[in-house]
Design a protein around this ligand. Structure first.
Ligand code: KG4
Ligand code: ZN
Length: 352
């Protein structure tokens, strides 16, 4: 059994995970410790990079100790360290990368600097076992992408991405408009359950005629027009002195987002003859996205894989899982002077 420790600090969660890789290539979750600085950012309505970096510094060593204790693993039992090298906030990434280098050097084990987005896909294996070649719909606070993932170790082919706001960013901005706390995704999800998703016909970005017939944007997303439409709707009601039906607006906005995400993902899978769709990233925790994706995949004969919500949002286990797969595949570890890369491209799974 090979033990991999994973460190994640790309945004506001200090995540430390421990996984075990067996001889058959299966990866099991042993620990998944998270310390979040989200409460410190809430009053600013978004993540403040300096505050996040400082919080990572304070949380890092205790989180590693907790993860090892939970996993029942001694430092000398750790066989490799994996860390998010990018993309993310530069200062926040630096804390995790520096910590990972220190642990790898002290324990004399290989270090894998990995891509945060690829880790969001790899985490699925902790719950659902080895991943066959799949189309990945990756939806988080910073990214919305459709990726062709023949193998977790790469290379990954991007098929489409958002041309403006990320899906999670749209959730957070609309939540703010509706007076809901940051981060807004989980609140829209909760409030929207009591609303009518068909109450307001909000626009579905990049799905017009020109975008469905082999157009260059067929697999791309756009959420900024939707966000503006919600803002106009709310402003018009407020100007007229009418109450804003928060639940209906939340449900209708959410429906517009998940309708486009699932329609494009299923279409891409069908057109490319892919039999498996895997969801990843914080927005994949959305209850309506999970239901609609299942319905549409069932109808199209596509196998859907969705990690449980806790594994969808940022965590260290996903980084450890990707590290374990790279190690199992014989990937060359990253050099000890590996840089943090805030704009690491999605095609780069491992820093070489
Ligand atoms: O993957 P993640 O934890 O961090 C990034 O890599 O960005 O994603 C965070 C994003 C936030 O925008 C948050 O509002 C959104 O995921 N999110 C959700 C839900 N849970 C988290 N969006 C919609 N519904 C949810 N249940
Ligand atoms: Zn993420």
């Amino acid at each position: 059994m090979t033990v991999v420790l994973g460190i994640e600090t790309s945004c506001d969660e200090t995540g430390v995970g421990v996984v075990a890789l067996d001889d058959t290539g299966r990866v099991a979750l042993l620990a998944d410790e998270i310390a979040s600085s989200v409460d410190e950012h809430a009053r600013f309505g978004g993540v403040v990079p300096e505050v996040a970096s400082r919080a990572h510094l304070q949380a890092m060593v205790p989180a590693v100790h907790r993860a090892l204790a939970t996993a029942g693993v001694r430092p000398r039992d750790v066989d490799a360290v994996a860390v998010t090298a990018g993309p993310g906030l530069a200062g926040a990434l630096l804390v995790g990368v520096a910590a990972a280098k220190a642990y790898a050097a002290a324990w004399d084990v290989p270090l894998y600097g990995v891509n945060h987005l690829a880790a969001h896909v790899a985490v699925d294996t902790l719950q659902n076992g080895p991943l066959p070649p799949a189309l990945a719909l990756l939806v988080s606070g910073g990214h919305s992408s459709l990726l062709d993932v023949p193998d977790l170790a790469g290379p990954v082919t991007p098929l489409g991405a958002t041309i403006d706001d990320a899906a999670g960013e749209a959730f957070d901005k609309v939540a703010r408009l509706l007076g809901l706390p940051f981060p807004g995704g989980p609140h829209i999800d909760r409030v929207g359950r009591d609303g009518d998703p068909a109450a307001i016909a909000f626009p579905r970005g990049l799905t017009g005629q020109g975008h469905s017939g082999g157009n260059a944007h067929a697999y791309d997303f756009s959420f900024s027009g939707l966000k503006t439409a919600v803002a106009r709707h709310v402003e018009a009601l407020e100007r007229a002195g009418e109450p804003v039906p928060v639940a209906d607006v939340a449900a209708s906005f959410q429906e517009a987002v998940v309708d486009v995400l699932t329609a494009k993902a299923v279409r891409a899978a069908r057109e490319r003859g892919m039999e498996t769709l895997v969801l990843g990233g914080g927005v994949a925790a959305n209850s309506r996205l999970r239901v609609l994706a299942q319905e549409r995949c069932d109808a199209a004969g596509i196998a859907l894989r969705v990690p449980r919500p806790r594994l969808c949002t940022d965590n260290g286990a996903m980084v450890a899982a990707l590290g374990a797969h790279l190690l199992a595949g014989g990937a060359k570890p990253s050099p000890l002077d590996l840089p943090a890369d805030s704009s690491m491209p999605v095609t780069e799974v491992l820093v070489g």
